[in-house]
Design a protein around this ligand. Structure first.
Ligand code: SF4
Length: 808
């Protein structure tokens, strides 16, 4: 059979694209753009965007003004809770420092001098440049239509996909970097390659949890965090916290182990040694579900990863390690070595996460109640648009910056490659969306250099961040409370679909990201198509044969066509296709939908709810060989855990040994490397950083409601070592590394192990556009060195050695 492919078809591709358009008045008047409710309070279902959890909320709107955000109890993930950051979302909307209209740079880059512009002027500046910077047309032409010369970055959020699909599929760039390599990439990859997916720790039913470095009480105060703490300290869940700091999470734990920074891998290997040596593992589970187990066992035992060996490295005594290993297995399979969130710590992070995953699996706590579960994801319908194909796009530029770079890139590697001239082709521009690399990537001086070097920097944001200050064109996005976002399906034991409705109309001249991209597409599509024609012989021929307009439209080079439908229309289509009209109506009105919600959802006390009956929960992912009945008390838990799984790994089993790593010169099994451990020289300190429950990275640096709770950050320093240096509470100290220095107030405390200092991330902005955030406290990335974890190119943020000096 012969398949004929026309040139026109060759020029086309097709991908699913989520797009957001202007809100329409299709459902109820409360959502109508042109029928703002007056003289009454209405409650609109929305979703918080102040962190990754996306808790469901009710917004009370009075005469077009958002008065209050309350929790919406219908969403199983967020139950009936909004944290302090969620409440403070109201300030994200009404912050007087917000970006209000498009800006075009007129001063020197980084100087913060801009002129107010119309949207059309801003789009023109992006396309054609100004006397101060070059535009897309010139850059892409000079790079012979290699669209990868335009890089892009994005932070986590419900609009991220909309932006990345525009930059990647429509504009044609391959050079994307996101927060992953400065956050959770090593744990996603470590668990993904070992268990098939990162999974979710079933804290509600676990009986034993080891939580290392993950500070749930301070970093992400979600309902499951609170529920977990209700069960610790003799109430059903034994919690072991391993952390160089005695954190607020440690306060709720049954035991705190003050580990030396960067030695967690040695700790897990020693736990594994005890379990293997004493044959404490779940033999049935191991036999059926672990690939390469015998090899791993030999590796651990022969390398003598004994508790005594680990004691010298970690500072945790051997007997404690033995006790924890035995306790863990005694509680398995309801025993979890918690996966962790921001795992950008050390050069050995990837192997650490692999070792944790394998350790949990030894107890059988995978895909089972009380263990690491994968749950179910409710399907959504599809919405597709056609995309163009560009002939001269290059592969991503940072391929050689780590062994496996992947599609989310390596932030440090990417930036350093550019400023150190290692890029295989010039990367001359960056579009930033909802990310502030100037504050979030280690070694700020180098990030500044990268932006200075670029011909065009465009930032889409709501606030005048430090990255906005380094931009040529600034496009003001409306906040999450002023737009409808793509509908989202959350996988889990109790899966649900959620929708963020628009609460009020966009303030000032701001727009949702999709409207911004639509306007930009209308401006740039044709001129950039002309550039493509110059450098693509096939395209030129198509134009000669079929005509300019036909090739332009049929080849999908008119990027604005991707935005023919509004977000409301698309959301409606995605839901109705799968679940019908009634489901969409429910979702629109209540913000949450899952099949049988009407009969399943029950309020059982003032603040307790049932979402799914126990026998309908997805503790085991459907599709495995054995569908478990979690309620069947006749089945012994260890037997449940021993049933054969069908994991998403290469072999379908837990992978103890990874040949793909071996082929690439990486240890196929978790292995401790002395040479990858950074010792702390005498009289110096290792610096660590962390998150705070009242701040979301640096995006809340200016949020006065949250600053009211925590005004600035302090340097945690061991009390004895502070005394030796004459440092008292509130003294100003200089913290100096090889890449920078900061001045910060001291907090001497016994709650941190010696030779380690800490301060929380999210402070020390340098943008003068932030009334409250400007130079408030100290920025961690000003002093964190740009060390890379070599396997996936993640940042290794806990490898920096600093000097501490009292200065005031
Ligand atoms: S945990 Fe807090 S900040 Fe995060 S989504 Fe929920 S309410 Fe918002």
């Amino acid at each position: 059979m012969q398949v004929e492919i026309s040139r026109r078809k060759f020029l086309q591709g097709s991908v699913a694209l989520s797009i957001v358009g202007r809100s329409s008045a299709t459902v109820t008047s409360m959502f109508a753009e042109d029928k703002e409710p007056s003289h009454s309070t209405v409650k609109i279902a929305t979703l918080c965007e102040m962190c990754v959890n996306k808790c469901a909320a009710w917004a009370s709107v009075e005469n077009g003004v958002l008065k209050k955000l309350d929790p919406n109890p219908l969403f199983p993930k967020s139950k009936n809770m909004l944290c302090a950051r969620g409440d403070a979302g109201i300030h994200a909307l009404y912050d007087p420092d917000r970006l209000k209209y498009p800006l075009i740079r007129v001063g020197k880059k980084g100087e913060g001098k801009f002129r107010r512009a119309t949207w059309d002027e801003a789009y023109s500046a992006i396309l054609n440049g100004t006397e101060n910077f070059k535009g897309l047309k010139q850059i892409i032409d000079e790079e012979k239509d290699n669209r990868s010369t335009i890089s892009y970055c994005a932070g986590e959020g419900m609009g991220e996909h909309t932006f990345t699909q525009f930059m990647g599929d429509l504009l044609g760039s391959t050079n994307f970097v996101n927060h992953s390599s400065i956050c959770l990439k090593t744990t996603i990859k470590g668990y993904g390659l070992t268990l098939g997916a990162y999974g979710k720790a079933d804290m509600e039913n676990a009986k034993y949890v080891i939580m290392a470095g993950a500070n749930r009480a301070e970093a992400i105060l979600t309902p499951d965090t609170m529920d977990m703490f209700k069960r610790t300290r003799g109430r059903g869940l034994k919690l072991i916290v391993v952390d160089p700091r005695y954190t607020n999470t440690a306060v709720h734990a049954d035991k705190w182990l003050g580990i030396k920074v960067g030695t967690d891998l040695a700790f897990v290997l020693a736990l594994t040694y005890v379990v293997l040596k004493e044959v404490l593992y779940n033999k049935a589970f191991v036999h059926k579900n672990m690939n390469g187990f015998e090899r791993y066992k030999k590796h651990i035992l022969e390398n003598q990863y004994t508790p005594e060996w680990a004691e010298k490295i970690t500072g945790i005594d051997a007997d404690t390690i033995k006790t924890i290993a035995r306790d863990f297995m005694a509680h398995a399979p309801r025993a979890i070595y918690y996966q962790g969130r921001r795992t950008a710590w050390s050069k050995q992070d990837f192997q650490l996460r692999r070792a944790q995953a394998i350790f949990s699996a030894l107890g059988g706590g995978i895909d089972v109640k009380g263990g690491i579960v994968f749950g179910k994801k409710l399907p959504l319908g599809k919405h597709t648009v056609e995309v163009p194909i560009y002939a001269n796009i290059q592969r991503r530029a940072d391929k050689k910056e780590a062994t496996f770079v992947g599609t989310s890139g390596t932030w440090i590697g990417f930036r350093n490659m550019i400023i150190e001239g290692r890029s295989p082709y010039p990367v001359r521009s960056m579009f930033c969306y909802k990310q502030n690399p100037m504050q979030s990537v280690p070694n700020i001086a180098k990030t500044r250099k990268m932006f200075e070097q670029m011909d065009l920097v465009v930032t889409i944001d709501t606030m005048p961040s430090d990255t906005v200050m380094m931009s040529d064109v600034v496009l003001p996005e409306c906040t999450y409370l002023e737009r409808e976002d793509p509908v989202k399906s959350f996988a889990g034991v109790q899966p649900a679909i959620v929708l963020r409705n628009k609460v009020i109309n966009p303030l000032y001249e701001t727009k949702p990201v999709i409207a911004i991209l639509k306007g930009l597409s209308e401006k740039i599509s044709k001129p950039l198509f002309e550039v493509s024609m110059k450098h693509d012989a096939s395209l030129k021929e198509a134009v000669e044969d079929d005509g300019f307009d036909e090739t332009y439209e049929d080849g999908n080079f008119n990027l604005a066509l991707a935005y023919e439908h509004t977000q409301e229309e698309i959301n409606k289509e995605l839901i109705e296709e799968e679940y019908g009209e009634k489901a969409y109506k429910t979702l629109k009105e209540k913000g949450v939908f899952y099949p049988e919600m009407d009969s399943y959802f029950k309020k059982i006390s003032e603040n307790e709810y049932i979402y799914y009956p126990e026998d309908k929960k997805y503790y085991t992912t459907p599709g495995g060989e054995d569908k478990l009945n979690a309620e069947d008390t006749c089945i012994d838990e260890r037997e449940i855990a021993s049933l054969k799984k069908n994991l998403g790994t290469h072999s379908g089993k837990v992978e103890c040994y990874l040949p793909v790593m071996e082929k690439n010169g990486i240890d196929p099994m978790p292995t401790w490397k002395d040479e990858q451990y950074t010792p702390t020289p005498k009289n110096k300190f290792k610096f660590i950083t962390g998150r705070h429950a009242q701040q979301t990275q640096n995006s809340t640096a200016n949020n006065i409601m949250l600053l009211d709770v925590m005004k600035e950050n302090y340097l945690w320093i061991n009390k004895k070592q502070a005394e030796e240096r004459g440092i008292k509470y509130g003294d100003i100290v200089e913290v100096k590394s090889s890449v920078g220095k900061v001045y910060i107030k001291a907090y001497p405390t016994i709650k941190i192990v010696p030779d380690v200092v800490f301060y929380v991330h999210g402070f020390g902005s340098e943008s003068s556009g932030l009334t409250f955030g400007y130079r408030n406290g100290a920025s961690d990335n000003m002093i964190i060195e740009d060390t890379i974890e070599p396997v996936f190119g993640s940042a290794a943020m806990h490898e920096t050695i600093v000097d501490i000096k009292k200065v005031g």
